[in-house]
Design a protein around this ligand. Sequence first.
Ligand code: 4NP
Length: 151
Amino acid sequence: MKKILMVCLGNICRSPLAEGILQSKLSLEDFKIDSAGTTGYHVGELPDKRSIEVARKYGIDITNQRSRKFAKKDFEEFDMIFVMDKDNYEDIIAMADTMEQQEKVKMILNELYPYEDMSVPDPYYGGDQGFEKVYQMLDEVCEIIASKIRK
Ligand code: 4NP
């Protein structure tokens, strides 16, 4: 079974959407998809209401998710760790003990725009439009990730 972890800052806005969207494109018998935050600010909480709403609009239920903080053992548990932005990348890389662990960490939008190191913008302090935009970006990149790993 291939295991993929999505990571953002709070694990309530972006990475829960990435988790739900990628899950919706793959067979859960063959893949484990999870998400986590680099901080513990929202541990135990549901995803942000705006993430729940935009996912629901496209037929995806993410209300089973609860925020958790990234832990070192995630480097062992997961095969690929996709981060949403440069800060997430630096925070996770700093926790890696080995090159093998570092190599698991990738900026998610590099799957769509290779080597550009583009970030998925943090929608937390904006309005609903930011969540729609983030949803569309993640849907596009998760389609690429799913078609790559399905084989
Ligand atoms: P996320 O968004 O990293 O996409 O879950 C945020 C959630 C919470 C905070 C910032 C970003 N916060 O500062 O509490």
